[in-house]
Ligand binder design. Structure first.
Ligand SMILES: Nc1ncnc2c1ncn2[C@@H]1O[C@H](COP(=O)(O)OP(=O)(O)OP(=O)(O)O)[C@@H](O)[C@H]1O
Length: 224
């Protein structure tokens, strides 16, 4: 993975959501922390191309996000409210939906869906109705639907938000074990506490880019 921000900035009218940012990300785990409205989601949306920079460039694995009309296929995004990204009512159909148009046979699609849920020991969720799932199950269904498409980079926006302690621990373990590159945005600082690189945003600016302990300490100083 190589993500390069080259003076990339986002402004909405007169509001600067992200000040010009230049950095390169190559680490397998990146944490993103900061207050509400500090620019974390804007930063993440720049990486998958859902938001285009109003200045500068963002280059992901050698490709300029501005060259894509929509999101980049190699960047999966799990949104803050995973229920909003479930498209079809039954879990297995929803996961299969992402594989449409790839010229796969029905049997190949079924095998991929099974494997996607199987990664999380969640094959039993295949026939369930998505709107009946618990928060943790919903995260697994959303993760499966994104990972089945084979992204190189996964962005998780507050993945433990609204989860109880048990499901939180489950999601933390799942993130630890992911072979994919993961960028984790979180107010749950424990979730990124082991990460070698954590970015702290404050008022749309990068306020720290450091190992977790240092970035978290800086965050505590800022709000003190
Ligand atoms: N589409 C938009 N139009 C106008 N302003 C926006 C838009 N999206 C974000 N902003 C503004 O940009 C700033 C950064 O927002 P962003 O969503 O990146 O913050 P965040 O750090 O992810 O916040 P939170 O922790 O609350 O999710 C905020 O002031 C927000 O109001």
């Amino acid at each position: 993975m190589e993500i390069r921000f080259e003076g990339a900035a986002v402004t909405y009218g007169a509001r600067e959501a992200l000040s010009p940012l230049t950095l390169t990300l190559t680490e397998n785990r990146i944490g993103v922390i900061g207050l509400n409205g500090s620019g974390k989601t804007t930063f993440a949306r720049l990486i998958n191309g859902l938001t285009k920079p109003t200045a500068g460039r963002v280059i992901v694995n050698g490709r300029d996000t501005a060259d894509f009309h929509s999101a980049l296929p190699d960047v999966g995004f799990i949104f803050q409210q995973p229920q909003n990204q479930i498209i079809l009512p039954i879990v297995r159909d929803d996961i299969a939906f992402g594989l449409k148009g790839r010229g796969l046979s029905k049997a190949e699609i079924e095998a991929k869906v099974e494997a996607a849920l199987g990664r999380f020991g969640a094959a039993h969720l295949a026939a369930r109705r998505a709107h009946e799932l618990s928060g943790g199950e919903l995260q697994i269904a959303a993760l499966s639907a994104v990972l089945v498409t084979g992204p190189d980079i996964l962005i998780l926006d507050e993945p433990t938000n609204q989860l109880d302690l048990k499901n939180r621990a489950l999601v933390q373990k799942i993130i630890e074990d992911l072979p994919e590159n993961a960028i984790v945005i979180s107010h749950d600082l424990e979730l990124v506490a082991d990460f070698g690189r954590v970015l702290l945003f404050h008022g749309g600016r990068l306020a720290a880019d450091a190992p977790a302990a240092e970035a978290i300490a800086r965050y505590r100083e800022i709000i003190a």
